[in-house]
Design a protein around this ligand. Structure first.
Ligand code: FAD
Ligand code: SF4
Ligand code: SF4
Length: 410
């Protein structure tokens, strides 16, 4: 008798198996496809490397498609706030009424992660812990408990391979995930989202600029701060100073305008010198500080999922509307020229400029626009000089419109 083959599943051809199930992560130390522009986002350290050509933020920029898929529409370039800060349904400033000790600011991000687990909104939170022997070496993890989320608080201000943990998803039982990350990580995550073994993905984004390798961070600290090895926390703040905290609790501040620009010009990672995703276009909710007054955090809700994340903590926040004051344009134009000449100002001059800029310079959203303008123009110049072939494809429409408002040197 002939066997009944109709009851058997069709033999799997390699075409029926999704690419990521056939792929292997790249070996550590490989040359990653984005080469010198790679931000080490971690995608290539997972089997989702299979999609790298269409997903890597540095091979293929796809802001419009990403925004449309995540938020239902791309940003309105004629709406000044959307041009700068991306798709939004709400912007506000806030601080946790009971700040979390040791967090970067007041800890809104960690608190959302904790509440997302406690309420069962998600099964795990993708966040970044630190290595046991170095506070600034990032160790991405899938946190399953509030304690694990809390222990990942505070920035590790170096490139972090967040997406390497995707490799742990299959077989983990995680179906609902909250991913915390910076723009380049989120661009790659959004691109592979339809292929992930998840039922639900929430994305909590951080704004990000001027990131560095661990070695680059050492150069930065050594040229900027009195005792580089005791720094436990630092932030570029809205008073135009960098605030450093040392392990003995001592605070030290350095004016932006006093940085050793000649030494620091090449300290930032090439990925970050070619990045235009400062405000994390693909996240559901973005939590930063630069659009808020000193000491507060700045939140952009992009879509209903972002509001769902904010709902988890809103009752614990002291909130206020966003505000804006001052004029940034002249300061940005002067900054472009000073940066290009790579001058290091004497400390007293730097302090004097800082004094006037802090009192009369841009504040609130205008400070955010000051920072975006300064970084987009610098990065356009860097790209033009170092990767002229990429300029056309790589700079998104919203950034081109912003850059066109300034005179760039040749
Ligand atoms: P916390 O509760 O302390 O939580 C911090 C979270 O950051 C943790 O969940 C951790 O998982 C995550 N994290 C830590 N290191 C990394 C990393 N390397 N990559 C990805 N995720 C990480 N905001 C601005 O407004 N302007 C900026 O220019 C700006 N630059 C930034 C640059 C970097 C590299 C990073 C990581 C953040 C930056 N931010 C910036 C965001 C800001 O500094 C705070 O992280 C944010 O406001 C949240 O503060 P919090 O107290 O709520 O965070
Ligand atoms: Fe791969 Fe990420 Fe590097 Fe692009 S940035 S090459 S996706 S690791
Ligand atoms: Fe990624 Fe841009 Fe941040 Fe660099 S500046 S780590 S490329 S988001």
């Amino acid at each position: 008798m002939q066997p009944d083959t109709t009851l058997r599943p069709a033999p799997l051809t390699s075409a029926a198996i999704p690419p990521h199930e056939r792929a292997k992560p790249l070996a550590k130390g490989s040359t990653y496809p984005a080469k010198d522009l790679c931000s080490q986002c971690g995608l290539c350290d997972s089997r989702w490397v299979a999609y790298v050509n269409d997903s890597c933020a540095f091979l293929h920029q796809r802001f419009e498609a990403m925004e449309t898929a995540a938020h239902g529409r791309s940003r309105d370039l004629d709406h000044e706030d959307e041009l700068y800060f991306g798709v939004q349904q709400r912007m506000l400033t806030a601080r946790l009424q009971q700040p979390i000790a040791g967090a970067q600011w007041t800890g809104i991000v960690s608190r959302i992660g904790v509440r997302a687990l406690e309420t069962g909104l998600v099964d795990a939170v993708l966040c970044v812990g630190q290595s046991e022997d170095d506070r600034f070496t990032p160790v991405p993890r899938l946190a399953r408990t509030p304690e694990e989320v809390l222990s990942a608080r505070v920035n590790k201000p170096t490139l972090s391979p967040n997406l390497e943990v995707l490799e742990q998803l299959p077989g983990s039982g995680i179906k609902k995930l909250l991913a915390i990350g910076v723009g380049c990580q989120i661009q790659a995550l959004r691109a592979v989202q339809p292929t992930l073994p998840l039922e639900e993905l929430f994305v909590l984004g951080l704004p990000c600029v001027d990131n560095v390798s661990r070695q680059g961070l050492q150069t930065f600290l050594e040229s900027t701060v009195s005792s580089p090895n005791t720094v436990v926390h630092y932030e570029f703040m809205q008073d135009f100073r960098i605030h450093f905290r040392h392990s003995d609790g001592r605070e030290e501040t350095v004016p932006f305008f006093g940085l050793d620009t000649p030494k620091l010009k090449n300290v930032f990672a090439p990925s970050c010198l070619s990045c235009f995703d400062y405000t994390n276009a693909g996240a559901d909710l973005v939590v930063g500080y630069m659009g808020a007054s000193f000491g507060r955090q700045w939140l952009t809700v992009r879509n209903p999922k972002g509001q769902q994340l904010l709902d988890l903590v809103e009752a614990e926040l002291d909130t206020a509307p966003v505000t804006s004051a001052g004029q940034r344009q002249a300061a940005v134009q002067q900054g472009i020229e000073a940066y290009d000449k790579a001058v290091k100002l004497p400390l007293w001059v730097a302090n004097l400029i800082g004094f006037f800029v802090e009192r009369f310079g841009p504040k609130g959203l205008e400070y955010g626009r000051f920072s975006i303008d300064s970084h987009f123009t610098r990065n356009a110049l860097w790209l033009r000089r170092n990767h002229p072939d990429k300029v056309e494809e790589h700079i998104p429409a919203f950034a081109r419109r912003i850059i066109s408002r300034y005179r760039l040197p040749d």
